[in-house]
Design a protein around this ligand. Sequence first.
Ligand code: HEM
Length: 151
Amino acid sequence: MELHTLLNSLHSYNRYLIIVALFWVIFRSWSGWMGKKHYVKADNTASLVLLILAHLQLLLGLIQYFFTSAYTTGGMPISDPWVRYFKMEHISGMILAVVLIQLGRTFAKKAHLHEHKHKKTALYTTAAAIVITAILAMKGLFLGTLASVTG
Ligand code: HEM
């Protein structure tokens, strides 16, 4: 199998694992915060799994971006909507999302109160989920529609 096909498949399937992990962390942190629950080992594990998946996605994405993707490494013009999407919106939005996931975990680790650990995780992870949803929707809805209109 060609390297790009392999990386693209891993990157593509990992999106679903990230979405499941996001839902799980968001559910646990909001219910932990609102329900005044203790921040337990399962909360830490859920947020660690999400962080690892997000970093893996970042690594796969960076390799594709700089070495294998025809959209970002070849001579395709930036006026092409797919090139523009992957060179601009996808990379910037998704890196922002990974940073938000990382910050949520870092601030949660630094917090002393259980309530604050849940709160930091809940707010930053929810913000990351909104960014990821918007960027994926941009590709699926806008570019999908554009492709069917133009060709
Ligand atoms: C949470 C983070 C991310 C998610 C959920 C995500 C999701 C996706 C999805 C669904 C695709 C389409 C794959 C397909 O065609 O089946 C894609 C493609 C791509 N992603 Fe990401 N991505 C993320 C982060 C990143 C980052 C940080 C980068 C760059 C540093 C990146 C670079 C790329 C590139 C270059 C492609 C196009 C591959 C190609 O078709 O040539 N992604 N991503």
